[in-house]
Design a protein around this ligand. Structure first.
Ligand SMILES: CC(C)(COP(=O)(O)OP(=O)(O)OC[C@H]1O[C@@H](n2cnc3c(N)ncnc32)[C@H](O)[C@@H]1OP(=O)(O)O)[C@@H](O)C(=O)NCCC(=O)NCCS
Length: 186
């Protein structure tokens, strides 16, 4: 389990399926443009995701965390798609729409990045964000990722294929500090 000033991050297990679906359902219109899985999201699909996530932890194929704010699961952040030969992996995330814009995912990602570099031992993390996904691009920038290139039609959302900007962060790069509001700031 990882903790940050406002959040608790626990490894996703099959038991998280319902809670992840509730947060998903409340965020579908914001998720659909960018997340390839969101168009087909359903209680069953999120239960399947949670079961796969639990297995991924067991086999070291991925490290998805359920993000909790107070007592409620409000999103997912994970390290996925690891390549041990090149010591790289990818980070991905989403948060329930009513909580967006308060710095929560930057806070969560900062803890997960430290986990990926310091505990899992990766050398390079990649983050892919669509050119039009300004919130996600801003998260990448706040975390110190560098924009490195463009994958043409590199991802898919409700509008069809879209380009994906590749951001990279190395274990040796500086990790910027950023303001984390205290609990009373909201
Ligand atoms: C991307 C996402 C995870 C960001 O989570 P969050 O908790 O809102 O992130 P933060 O509050 O830490 O940072 C968001 C930043 O984007 C900015 N932002 C939000 N919407 C924006 C917009 N439309 N245009 C420009 N900037 C925007 C915020 O102002 C903030 O920057 P700031 O701290 O400089 O003010 C969330 O918006 C989300 O879940 N989106 C849908 C799923 C998704 O796109 N996932 C990522 C796929 S790559």
């Amino acid at each position: 389990m990882l903790t940050t000033p406002r959040l608790a991050l626990v490894p996703v297990t099959a038991a998280h399926g319902d809670a992840i679906w509730r947060a998903t359902e409340a965020s579908l219109s914001e998720l659909k443009p960018w997340m390839p899985w969101a168009e087909e999201a359903s209680p069953t699909a999120q239960a399947d995701f949670a079961a796969r996530a639990e297995r991924a932890w067991q086999t070291s194929e991925g490290w998805p965390f359920a993000v909790s704010y107070g007592d409620e699961v409000c999103g997912v952040i994970g390290i996925d798609d690891p390549d041990r030969l090149t010591s790289r992996a990818e980070i991905g995330y989403w948060i329930r729409s009513d909580l967006a814009g308060s710095g929560l995912m930057t806070e969560a990602a900062s803890a997960v990045i430290a986990f990926a570099f310091d505990e899992l031992g990766f050398h390079r993390l990649e983050l892919h964000a669509a050119p039009g996904n300004h919130a996600s691009r801003r998260v990448a920038e706040k975390l110190g990722f560098q924009e490195e290139g463009l994958l043409r039609d590199g991802s898919r959302g409700s509008g069809g294929f879209h380009d994906a900007i590749v951001y990279g962060l190395l274990a040796t790069d500086p990790r910027p500090s950023f303001h984390v509001p205290d609990r009373t700031e909201g």
